[in-house]
Design a protein around this ligand. Structure first.
Ligand SMILES: Cc1ncc(COP(=O)(O)O)c(C=O)c1O
Length: 463
């Protein structure tokens, strides 16, 4: 509604209210009238929520809860964290009673200190725990703080599709304009398994997305949902474009320890000239298999971090002390074991690789075509074979095929996955509605239930 119209309507409503009050009706009914009239007059939600709908997880979680399913949708382990992690938490809750109180707003000092020394070595930087580190409510909190601190009304933010779904609403809520560029698959030989490695950005298209309004680029490596680990050459291209156009890189590296087959995770902040323009985001939830702890962090140069500190100070202010203490202890342990077979960051990807292989084999048995991920604990599979065999699955006319397929799969096959079209821009949904995402950070018994359901599916196909 135009502003003038809004004022006229507000004035009419006030007159209406005055009239009502003057009539001195019984208090309760006047209150009811007041309430009803006000509800009709004002828009409830803030404008920053325009165009932001409800989260898809809610819809799929509800559907899953009504069916007998094995949930391979959301990204969290359904097995216990390692003993040293649980012990760290027990120590935090039963040790120093002062851990029940507030600590430093930007992070519990033993945690900011160990993050600074641990990541300082990896990034080749002298990291000041007071200036270059912020502990947040999970990586979600880190992302939100970064967007609020840096993205202004009308700023453009480049998002690489398919992407972790919150990047788009976070850009919009900050007043920014998301600009999308897609990873595209290169064709494989017949019968060859596709790999997330084969999904690349077109350098010319990528360069064309940078304008004088571009404020930030969000880079997620290893990427969710594809499991792509960006190579050094790819990162160098992104880095040179960020430098050329004076753009900040928001590097979401929550899956940095989960890389397979000898692939290496490279932090873009470690490339020449990039520390000064990069925010590196991590998550203890993903690193130590404790997603419920919600401890995340951002590392970056003072010139950027000072603004994130301001947002944090005036919103969350402070994250729970005990979980920070527990994460600090986990990192101290990892620092002692770094790079050795005893390190969790070495062991965990090795065990997850077995899950990945298991899931790939099982999905293939019914004609799903997994795209082998080099990192993360997700894989996407190609469902185009089903799209041609069963094009008319129930659903709204304009509903992307992958969403209809997942709903059908939940109801009829008892398997929950996530539609990938949800993780890209609306105009590009048609390029991604041939894919669904599975999560393989699940225990042996879950994978066995998956096998059983897939075997039943296979038997039906062969009948
Ligand atoms: C790419 C990516 N970034 C950030 C997060 C959020 O991490 P946290 O649970 O630490 O908030 C997730 C969670 O799934 C993720 O996949």
């Amino acid at each position: 509604m135009a502003l003038g119209g809004m004022f006229r309507k507000a004035a009419a409503i006030s007159l209406h209210l005055v009239g009502l009050l003057q009539r001195k009706k019984a208090g309760a009914s006047v209150n009811r009238c007041l309430h009803q009239t006000l509800t009709m007059a004002k828009q409830v939600q803030a404008r920053r929520l325009d165009g932001i709908g409800q989260n898809l997880w809610l819809e799929f979680a509800e559907l899953a809860s009504k069916n007998d399913v094995v949930n391979l949708g959301q990204g969290f382990p359904n097995f216990p964290p390692p003993d040293f992690v649980l012990e760290a938490f027990q120590h935090a809750i039963s040790g120093d009673f002062m851990l029940n109180q507030y600590t430093m707003g930007f992070g519990y000092p033993p945690l900011t200190n160990i993050l600074a020394s641990f990541f300082g070595k990896l990034l080749g930087q002298e990291i000041d725990p007071l200036k270059n580190v912020l502990v947040t409510v999970g990586a979600y909190g880190a992302l939100f703080t970064a967007f609020q601190a840096l993205v202004d009304e009308g700023d453009e933010v480049i998002l690489i599709e398919p992407f972790f779904d919150c990047y788009k609403p976070m850009t919009l809520m900050a007043g920014g304009r998301p600009v999308f560029v897609s990873l595209k698959p290169t064709p494989t030989q017949d019968g060859e398994l596709d790999s997330s490695n084969n999904w690349r950005l077109d350098p010319e298209e990528l360069a064309s997305k940078f304008t004088s309004r571009t404020k930030a680029l969000v880079l997620n490596t290893p990427n969710n949902p594809l499991g792509k680990v960006f190579s050094r050459a790819e990162l160098e291209l992104l880095a040179s474009l960020c430098q050329q156009h004076d753009v900040v890189c928001i590097a979401d590296e929550v899956y940095q320890w989960l890389v397979y087959d000898g692939h290496q995770h490279v932090s873009i902040a470690s490339l020449p000239g990039m520390w000064e323009r990069t925010l590196t985001i991590g998550s203890a939830g993903k690193a130590f298999s404790v997603t419920g702890w919600k401890v995340g962090w951002v590392l970056g140069p003072d010139r950027l971090m000072r603004y994130l500190h301001i947002v944090h100070q005036n919103s969350v202010y402070h994250c729970p002390t005990q979980t920070q203490a527990a994460v600090a202890q986990c990192f101290q342990r990892e620092q002692l074991h770094f790079g050795q077979p005893s390190s969790y960051f070495v062991q965990f990807p090795l065990s997850l690789r077995t899950n990945r292989e298991h899931m790939i084999r099982s999905l293939q048995s019914v004609g799903l075509k997994p795209i082998v991920p080099q990192g993360s604990y997700f894989l996407i599979t190609d469902i185009s074979h089903f799209k041609s065999k069963m094009p008319d699955l129930p659903g709204a006319v304009d509903e992307p095929y992958d969403r209809r397929f997942v709903k059908w799969m939940i109801r009829n096959k008892g398997l929950v996955a996530i539609p990938v079209s949800y993780m890209c821009s609306v105009p590009h949904q048609k390029h991604f509605d041939n894919y669904i995402r599975f999560c393989f950070v699940k225990d042996e018994s879950t994978l066995q239930v998956m096998d059983k359901k897939l075997q039943e599916w296979k038997d039906e196909l062969e009948a």
